[in-house]
Design a protein around this ligand. Structure first.
Ligand code: GLN
Length: 488
């Protein structure tokens, strides 16, 4: 455990000084998993053999005198909707219960080039649809800070595995908050990058125009380190990936000087519906920024009111089309005893997809149907343009925007599963960021009365990740709220 209490940056330095080997680190990670994952339930697949082989390769290269990238030898867990060649990738769905991808996602190729050691695949809401990880068809993941609580979702496994000290880093994906909300619930750092900063190739698509892969870590510096490894243009495989998202390394350019940095607090994000503890904690963080020399002032983003319907229309529309490929023929689950082709489609999809996924497919098909397209889908796209414009205008006056992440802290497992609308309402603070294609980072800013973490969200302009990380680092240094590992 001692090794796994360290940050990725510390482990990277130890590896470089040869104080520890990559194999020792991988073994320490698996030992911690053996110790606590029975309680947490983060992993779906522990990839011990490929991880140890990758670690041995890193150790050999280092022994031969090669200078290796900072991530070389550092264990990283991966959300189970990111394709890993030769390792099961289920999307936490019965539909893909047996899917072993024949190729790696671009981010996995990049991790490999950087010598990172992929430890395995972690739990999520089925096809990344959900906010609590309870839609997984595979297992329940528990919040390491309160085992009766949800870890958040959809990247609940990615957040829990880092908060539990099983690995220092993980990858998740965020379509409407799925990195940020679980990061908030589990007391870790999570970054949803600007749309296009990270290649989506090999990320099993939910809503392609909103999906982004991003890092989880326990410090801002560690998140920057992982982000540095995965960003970049992917001309062959993702035409929406940006050419040169950032100048140089986010980690190397970290600068915690907050003097004169303009921080906007949108009043709509602090109103009714946000719990008092969450509001107070984020406002206290705003005071910290003032004390650090930032200019903090109120702004207004009135269109946030429409963010949830816009998000659920657009994301479900795209999901209904993306998930058409799962037909029981090409890969994954196929129903038994089918008489004809239509039977295969209907039965395989009815039995292979869980309830929430079927709900989204129906909703998405409905809003795209010829009779309702104009009334819903087209209107939502028009409203999306307005939200984008509203954020662009806000960034004329501020460098970053500070908000809560979710209305509450982590709630009890099973307490919100009967009412999907109640679950959707929890996404109010996060979905507008994906609609606008912006970057946003979450990090811990306190605890509630039950010692459950509270997170805050820093939102930046397009490709403003450096600004977010600088502000995040400044807060982390001032508050000391970093590298928080749950007592298990
Ligand atoms: N909770 C949101 C949803 O259920 C966001 C999911 C995500 O970001 N993948 O759609």
């Amino acid at each position: 455990m001692e090794l796994m209490k360290k940050t990725a940056a510390e482990l990277s330095a130890m590896l470089e000084r040869k104080e520890v080997s990559a194999v020792e680190l991988a073994k320490a990670a698996f030992a911690r998993t053996a110790e606590v994952d029975g309680k947490v339930g983060a992993y779906l697949t522990v990839a011990e053999d490929p991880a140890l082989a990758a670690a041995e390769a890193v150790d050999r290269r280092r022994a031969a005198g090669e200078t290796l990238p900072p991530l070389a030898g550092v264990p990283v867990a991966v959300k189970d909707n990111i394709c890993t060649e030769g390792t099961l990738t289920t999307c936490a769905s019965k539909m893909l219960y047996n899917f072993v991808p024949p190729y790696n996602a671009t981010v996995i190729e990049k991790l490999t080039e950087n010598g990172a050691v992929v430890t395995g695949k972690v739990n999520m809401d089925e096809f990344a649809m959900g906010s609590s990880c309870e839609n997984s068809a595979m297992k329940v993941t528990h919040n390491p800070h309160g085992l009766d609580r949800v870890p958040g979702g959809s990247s609940g496994g990615s957040a829990a595995v880092v908060a539990a000290g099983e690995v220092p880093l993980s990858l998740g994906s965020d379509t409407g908050g799925s990195i940020r909300q679980p990061a908030s619930f589990c007391g870790v750092v999570g970054l949803k990058p600007t749309y296009g900063a990270v290649s989506r190739y090999g990320l099993i698509a939910f809503a392609s125009s909103l999906d982004q892969i991003g890092p989880f870590a326990r410090t801002v510096e560690d998140a920057a380190m992982l982000m540095d490894a995965i960003v970049g243009h992917d001309p062959l495989h993702d035409s929406t990936s940006a050419k040169a998202p950032f100048e140089g390394s986010l980690r190397a350019n970290l600068n915690a000087d907050m003097k004169g940095v303009r921080i906007g607090l949108p009043k709509e994000y602090f109103g009714a519906g946000i719990s008092d503890e969450v509001r107070a904690s984020v406002l206290a963080a705003a005071d910290t920024y003032k004390a650090l020399g930032a200019e903090v002032f109120e702004i207004s983003l009135p269109l946030v009111e429409y963010a949830l319907p816009i998000y659920y229309i657009l994301s479900s529309a795209e999901a209904s089309s993306n998930l058409a490929r799962f037909d029981g023929v090409k890969y994954g689950y196929r129903a038994e005893g089918c008489e004809e082709l239509l039977d295969i489609y209907v039965k395989s999809r009815s039995q292979g997809f869980g309830q929430e996924v079927q709900r989204r497919i129906m909703l998405g098909t409905y809003v795209l149907s010829s009779g309702y397209y104009d009334a819903y889908y087209k209107k939502a796209r028009a409203a999306q343009r307005k939200i984008r414009a509203e954020f662009a205008a806000a960034f004329e006056t501020c460098d970053v925007i500070l908000t809560p992440v979710a209305p509450t802290t982590a709630y009890e497992i099973g307490s919100r599963t009967t009412n999907p609308l109640e679950m959707y309402a929890g996404d109010i603070c996060t979905v507008s960021i994906n609609i606008a294609g912006l970057p946003a980072m979450v990090q811990p800013c306190g605890f509630d009365g039950n010692r459950l973490p509270i997170g805050m969200q820093l939102i930046g302009p397009r490709f403003g990740e450096q600004k977010l990380m600088n502000a995040g680092l400044a807060y982390e240094q001032a508050s000391g709220l970093k590298n928080i590992i749950a007592a298990l």
